[in-house]
Structures are given as structure tokens and as C-alpha cells.
Design a protein around this ligand. Structure first.
Ligand code: NDP
Length: 434
């Protein structure tokens, strides 16, 4: 706490992992002897920089850019860039810390990092977004490389932003280094299924939870928060597997659509028109009801998928979900559930899948994109989706086996934290004090 004052989200993420590690350190004193946990909590490198750019009115704007290169024991730093006004060092460090364990759980050779800026792309013209991205990359490029640090998208950073970032990297370095960024467009080195991967992956994970209990998505009512990249493709896969998503949201409010969210309309409003969820409700007419300024967790469901942002599902929201009969909560977003909400869900017997396991499909598919870039190959949608599904099944299995082994059967939080930790800790021990 004293070393990192004011970084509340980072403290929360560290506590959540350390809470699970008691049984591990008592079984493996070598981790304590080599100060592995203290080393893990200190990023290998933190870069903070000025991002000057000119807006459409000709005024100079200044934002702050971040890249936290947290841990490279397993591979090059890997993790997205977030552009949102709430971004500060504490957010980037929490996301980077989570990323270390998530990436380890995928079984792919990738380390953990995260970055971003307090720039808000909402309401900015394409020209403004391009000038901002070019300025951001003009500093960041010197820290990146396919064997060094490989960013991707996150909140506020989609194909448009990644295109401008990659274009500037290519221009400055005079290298067509496809493997330096993931989430690229299909015509310039991207992978099939990357756009869908995080949302699909969460739903594959929930499908495994349901199967383990002899159940399926058939007939299930599902509520998804957010209406961005993760949320949209979670909705798509739930519908494919026989469930119905009856509500989704944005930061202004939520929409309830008892016939099931109309995916084509949602994509048109959010991806093509960059509109609001209220626009969806208006276009959908009598089927949909828009509720401003309230929590989407008020809507009764069997399965809840928080896919918007950190700490969006608090104790009261969890109590409402439990009262309404919700049986499964799986995190599409990073750390969307507050610690007291996680406790309440556990006490109520609700299956809870933490983000570092449930939303790992995005980064896993990024690693598949790096594989394709390295071999100058391009896989089909079907093959890539099958690889993603197999990775998610593997993560689910690993969480359960590890939770069992360390005396917490059925506890996905303990399973994910311990399995991810052991993999990184063993690599750190092998590499010596670096
Ligand atoms: P997007 O920017 O595409 O979408 C975010 C969505 O969440 C928007 O609809 C936004 O609405 C909404 N939102 C933000 N704050 C709130 C709030 N307080 N209440 C309700 N809705 C809110 O981001 P992504 O979908 O890419 O990312 C969402 C989450 O998933 C983040 O936590 C991210 O770190 C995580 N994640 C993303 C991955 C990816 O591959 N994209 C991979 C793994 C995790 P508005 O437009 O009003 O802000």
C-alpha cells in the first residue's frame, strides 16, 4: 500500500490473488525464499509519457500515455491498450497484474503487460483519433517489438485505433512487423475470430460449467452488461448455443428485450453507427424497453455476464441477482465484480468464474494471431474457433483440477489464481534473480 499510494484498483487485484496463495506457499517454501511474490508485484518496467496532438479546431491537446511491462518470465509482454478518461497508473497496473496470470492460464508463451491513455475517443472525429494514435505510437514504438512487447485493443481501442497505431509503427520503423500488435484487421495481418474471441470464450467457459453439472444453455435467460466488443460477441454465442440474452447496457442505462437482443440491430447501432444503447431501444420499437441510469443487474436471469468495466457488479447488485435466482456469474470484463459481491455469490452457492480464466479467450486468440504472423499463415474461421474452444475447455479443466489439489473443490477463483501463479513462479525461479 505504501509503495503504491492511491492505486486502489491495483491493491484490489493484488489482494484478490494473494488471498488464494496461502496453501501454495506453505507447500512450496522456495517461492518465499526467492521473494517471488514481492517480485511479481513490482512491474519490470513502467513507462509514462506525454501525448500531444491537435484537435479539429486547431487547439493543442495533451494526454498521458502508459505502458506497464509487468512480467516477461513466460514470453514477450502481452496485453491491451485502453483509451478511456478514467485511465491512470492504478488502472493500468491492475490490468497488467491480472494479465500475467490470465496469460499463463492460456498455456501460451506470453508475459503480462498493459497500457493506455486518459484520451476519450468517444465523440472524436476519425481525424482526431488518427492524430492522437500517431502521437501515442511516436513515443511507444521504441518499447515494442514482436519479441519484446505486443499490445492489442481493450476498451476504447478497436480496429480503427489499432489500424492507426500499426500504420504509424510501420512508418516510423520502416518494418512490416505484423507480430508487433494483435487485433489487426483481416486484410493487414489479423486473425479470424480475434474480434469475437473474448465474448465467445466467456460463453464457452460457461458452457463447460453447465456441462459439468449435466446442463446446457438451452432455454437459459442471460443478462450481459456493456454493449462493446466483448458484450456483442457474448450475445452472439449465447444465442448460437440456445440461450436468450434479454438485456444489455452501456454507461447511460440498459435495454430489456424479452424476445432476445436483436444482434444485427445491436451490431449496426454499436459497430457501424457508434450509437448508444438508447438508439437500439428506439430502433427496436415496442419489443424493447430502455431504462436510464439504473443497473442492468435488476433484470432477472439464470446467468449473468458482466462485460463492461471494473467494479460494475457490487454487493447490492449481487444480492439482487441471487434473489432473482441467478446460478452462474462469469466475468467477460476485467475485475467487474467487487470483492464483497464475490463473497456473497460464493455464500449463496452461485458458480463464479473470474475474468482471468473466463475472458482469457481474447488474449489466447491474440497468441494464435502471433503464431499465424510468425509462420506467414492465415487460418480459417472454423479452425481458429476450434482452437479457441479447446483452449477455454483446457482453462476450465485446469482451474477445477488445481482447486481440487489445493483443497478448494469447485472454486474457480482459487483454481485460476493458483494455477496461473505456479506457472509464472516456476519460470521466474528457473530464470534466476532478474
Ligand atoms: P468496449 O469499449 O468495446 O466496450 C465497453 C462497453 O462497456 C461499452 O458499451 C461501455 O459503454 C460499457 N460501459 C463502460 N462503463 C460502464 C458502466 N459503468 N456501466 C455499464 N456499461 C459500461 O470494451 P471491450 O468490450 O473491449 O472491453 C470490456 C471489458 O472487457 C473491459 O474490462 C476489458 O478490459 C475487458 N476485456 C476485453 C478484451 C477484449 O478482447 N476486448 C479481452 C479481455 C478483457 P459506454 O459506451 O457508455 O462507455
Amino acid at each position: 500500500l505504501q509503495r503504491n499510494p492511491g492505486e486502489t484498483e491495483f491493491h484490489q487485484a493484488v489482494h484478490e490473488v494473494l488471498d488464494s496463495l496461502g496453501p501454495v506457499v506453505s507447500k512450496h517454501p522456495e517461492y518465499t525464499d526467492a521473494a517471488v511474490i514481492r517480485r511479481l508485484c513490482e512491474p519490470e518496467r513502467q513507462i509514462i509519457f506525454r501525448v500531444p496532438w491537435v484537435d479539429d479546431s486547431g487547439a493543442v491537446q495533451i494526454n498521458r500515455g502508459f505502458r506497464v511491462e509487468f512480467n516477461s518470465a513466460l514470453g514477450p509482454y502481452k496485453g491491451g491498450l485502453r483509451f478511456h478518461p478514467s485511465v491512470y497508473l492504478g488502472i493500468v497496473k491492475f490490468l497488467g497484474f491480472e494479465q500475467i496470470f490470465k496469460n499463463a492460464l492460456t498455456g501460451m508463451p506470453i508475459g503480462g503487460g498493459k497500457g493506455g491513455s486518459d484520451f476519450d475517443p468517444r465523440g472524436r472525429s476519425d481525424g482526431e483519433v488518427m492524430r492522437f494514435c500517431q502521437s501515442f505510437m511516436t513515443e511507444l514504438y521504441r518499447h515494442l517489438g514482436e519479441h519484446t512487447d505486443v499490445p492489442a485493443g481493450d476498451t476504447g481501442v478497436g480496429r480503427r485505433e489499432l489500424g492507426y497505431l500499426f500504420g504509424q509503427y510501420k512508418r516510423i520503423t520502416n518494418r512490416y512487423e505484423s507480430g508487433v500488435l494483435t487485433g489487426k484487421g483481416l486484410s493487414w495481418g489479423g486473425s479470424q475470430v480475434r474480434r469475437e474471441a473474448t465474448g465467445y470464450g466467456v460463453v464457452f467457459f460457461v458452457d463447460e460449467i453447465l456441462r459439468a453439472g449435466g446442463d446446457s444453455f438451452d432455454g437459459k435467460r442471460v443478462v450481459v452488461s456493456g454493449a462493446g466488443n466483448v458484450a456483442i460477441y457474448a450475445v452472439e454465442k449465447v444465442h448460437e448455443l440456445g440461450g436468450t440474452v434479454v438485456a444489455c447496457s452501456d454507461s447511460s442505462g440498459y435495454v430489456v428485450d424479452e424476445k432476445g437482443i436483436d444482434l444485427d440491430l445491436l451490431k449496426d447501432v454499436k459497430e457501424s453507427r457508434r450509437g448508444r444503447i438508447e438508439d437500439y431501444a428506439q430502433a427496436r420499437g415496442e419489443h424493447a424497453q430502455y431504462v436510464a441510469g439504473r443497473s442492468v443487474w435488476d433484470v432477472p436471469c439464470d446467468i449473468a455476464l458482466p462485460c463492461a468495466t471494473q467494479n460494475e457488479l457490487d454487493h447490492d447488485a449481487a444480492a439482487t441477482l441471487v434473489r432473482n435466482g441467478c446460478r452462474i456469474v462469469a466475468e467477460g470484463a476485467n475485475m467487474p465484480t467487487t470483492p464483497d459481491a464475490v463473497r456473497l455469490l460464493a455464500e449463496a452457492g452461485v458458480a463464479f468464474a473470474p475474468g482471468k480464466a473466463a475472458n482469457a479467450g481474447g488474449v489466447a486468440t491474440s497468441a494464435l494471431e502471433m503464431q499465424q504472423n510468425a509462420s506467414r499463415d492465415s487460418w480459417s474461421f472454423e479452425l481458429t474457433e476450434e482452437r479457441l474452444a479447446a483452449i477455454m475447455r483446457g482453462i476450465h479443466e485446469r482451474c477445477l483440477v488445481t482447486a481440487d489439489e489445493y483443497g478448494a473443490p469447485g472454486n474457480y477463483v482459487a483454481g485460476a489464481n493458483i494455477a496461473g501463479f505456479i506457472q509464472v513462479a516456476d519460470a521466474m525461479l528457473a530464470l534466476g534473480l532478474v
